[in-house]
Design a protein around this ligand. Structure first.
Ligand SMILES: Cc1cc2nc3c(=O)[nH]c(=O)nc-3n(C[C@H](O)[C@H](O)[C@H](O)COP(=O)(O)O)c2cc1C
Length: 325
């Protein structure tokens, strides 16, 4: 399949693996890139720019195909060393950066000067247009279904994607709720030039996370995610568990008085305990509604091949079959 996204990023299939905290290590990114998609290392999971430089090096040893780095700009009391991370990205020869969380304008010149393509992840048409106006090359349009931070507008992809197509001139991929060939064809139909997946890539053999997480994804249905931190306007879609129940109870009790410090036990620094140790109730972790469409744990290669095979069959047989001869 050839789309504006495969052309822009020099990849075989229009499938991107979005940045994922404590999942997007070199093993994950290399597996996706080796299978013809675009793998992405999660920059901030690496504690220092030096650690990121090393992770990029490790990934390069595992694949000769293009891969990217995610840089997430989230509100933080002590901001991470973004200039240092960007330096590691540039020196590491990375050609694609996925930005997310906040307006990346401040960091664009450094990235663009190094010939890096920037794909910004947005949850609204207005933010997508802003990304286009400041010079981003592409957008990842993240619908309300998505795992992680869906924003505060709550517009699902059946509306968000065609709205983005109406307004954007730069190419975009559909993100949130994408799992299979059906998702890909739907995304292309709605105006996207590819798709970005997060949760689905966690349930693969190569995903460098504890097996308990993968099994939890297979066991979960589309009804098992919850939105947390809404009162803080920092909404996150997570898989329901004991910690999430506690968190939601606190949100209910404290109402508008809720502060971040009240829920730090459930959300602060919990990722390693979940992703590495497999302690499934250690805290709230991002997960999309797409969990309902995850029924197995294939290799990344099998997953991507299956998606492309399925997409082709839908386009040529199912859709083509509806046309009167
Ligand atoms: C466990 C997990 C961690 C994530 N961490 C990040 C992150 O650090 N930065 C980011 O930009 N997006 C992050 N995301 C969002 C994904 O990149 C992607 O946009 C999202 O998962 C798409 O929705 P889906 O899960 O329905 O495929 C995360 C998602 C998951 C599931």
């Amino acid at each position: 399949m050839k789309t504006k996204i495969t052309e822009m990023f020099g990849i075989e299939h229009p499938i991107i693996q979005g940045g994922m905290h404590f999942v997007g290590f070199a093993e994950m990114a290399a597996a996706v890139s080796n299978a013809g998609g675009l793998g992405i290392i999660t920059g901030l999971t690496q504690r220092t720019p030096d650690a990121l430089a090393n992770e990029i090096k490790r990934c390069r040893e595992m694949t000769s195909k293009p891969f990217g780095v995610n840089l997430t700009f989230l509100p933080a009391v002590t901001p991470p060393d973004y200039p240092g991370y960007i330096d590691a990205i540039v020196k590491g020869g990375i050609k694609v950066v996925e930005t997310a969380g906040n307006n990346p304008q401040k960091w664009l010149p450094a990235l663009k000067d190094a010939g890096i393509k920037v794909i910004h992840k947005c949850t609204s048409v207005r933010h997508s247009l802003k990304a286009e106006s400041i010079g981003c090359d592409a957008v990842s349009v993240d619908g309300f279904e998505c795992g992680g931070h869906p924003g505060e507008d709550d517009v699902p992809n059946f509306i968000l994607l065609p709205r983005a197509a109406e307004e954007l001139r730069i190419p975009f991929v559909a993100s949130g709720g994408m799992a299979d060939g059906r998702s890909l064809v739907a995304a292309l139909s709605l105006g996207a030039d590819g798709m970005n997946m997060g949760t689905r890539f966690m349930a693969t053999r190569e995903a460098p996370i504890h097996d308990n997480v993968k099994q939890a994804l297979v066991a979960a249905s589309e009804l098992d995610t919850r939105l947390v931190m809404r009162p803080l306007r920092n909404t996150e879609r997570v898989l329901k568990n004991a910690a999430v129940d506690r968190l939601l109870q606190k949100e209910k009790e404290l109402g508008p008085k809720l502060e971040f410090k009240d829920i730090i036990a459930e959300v602060g620094g919990v990722y390693p305990r979940i992703m590495k140790d497999g302690d499934m109730d250690a805290g709230a972790w991002s997960c999309g509604m797409v969990a309902g469409l995850i029924h197995d744990i294939p290799t990344v290669q099998e997953l991507i091949e299956r998606i492309m095979r399925e997409a082709e069959a839908i386009i040529e047989q199912r859709l083509g079959g509806f046309m009167r001869q």
